[in-house]
Design a protein around this ligand. Structure first.
Ligand SMILES: [Mg+2]
Length: 208
């Protein structure tokens, strides 16, 4: 097998949290002095920096904004569904002998609530919720140290440009899924190891 550990982003990759996140963001916008999201398509094609600018988000507001979003998401998590087909993919990858984990800027508590509601918690040996929206690269490096794995033994699966960038900086291959936030065009422009339009394509690629 090419990889021993497959790490997943959570929001927009495993779980369909985006409609709820959009509502939460717009509810919080007045309190944080942000521009509400009116054109979802414009977000899907925006890089992280462009998106922060579009919504009027200063870097210093990010930690408080992340915490407020995660806190408000708590009430939604038990109702959130994994994307269709994801549960089967996790089960089969696990059966093939892949170790599975999650690295996300959501909270471990939120993620586990959703996994439990979808009977999927048992597939993951680790769930890492880091607290800074731009801290993915550091969190991935910490997982490498914790698991004593080399970067080439690990794959990161995510739905955003920043997922590809963070994985690459941590020395990890990235697969980009196109059912989440960013568009196929934007993701392909950043040359992930694989573009994935349907969950079962991961099995075509990774099953030995
Ligand atoms: Mg995501």
């Amino acid at each position: 097998m090419r990889y021993s550990l497959i790490l997943w982003d959570f929001d927009g990759t495993l779980a369909d949290t985006l409609p709820g996140l959009l509502q939460i963001f717009n509810d919080l916008a007045p309190e944080f002095g942000l521009r509400p999201i009116v054109d979802v398509q414009a977000i899907r094609d925006a890089s992280p920096v462009q998106w922060l600018r579009q919504q009027g988000i200063s870097l210093w507001k990010l930690p408080a904004l992340r915490n407020a979003i995660v806190h408000r998401q708590e009430g939604q998590m038990a109702e959130i569904r994994l994307f269709p087909g994801i549960g089967d993919v996790l089960e089969r990858l696990n059966a093939c002998g892949y170790r599975l984990g999650i690295v996300s800027s959501n909270s471990e508590n939120n993620i586990r609530t959703c996994l439990q509601a979808n009977s999927a918690e048992q597939w993951f040996e680790l769930v890492v919720g880091y607290s800074h929206l731009l801290g993915k690269q550091r969190a991935l490096r910490q997982v490498l140290r914790r698991t004593k794995l080399k970067g080439h033994e690990v794959l990161y699966v995510g739905d955003e440009q920043r997922d590809i960038t963070a994985a690459r900086r941590a020395g990890i291959d990235a697969a980009a899924v196109t059912w989440g936030i960013n568009t196929h065009t934007l993701l392909a422009h950043h040359s992930p190891s694989r573009m994935v339009d349907r969950p079962d394509q991961l099995l075509d690629w990774l099953e030995p």
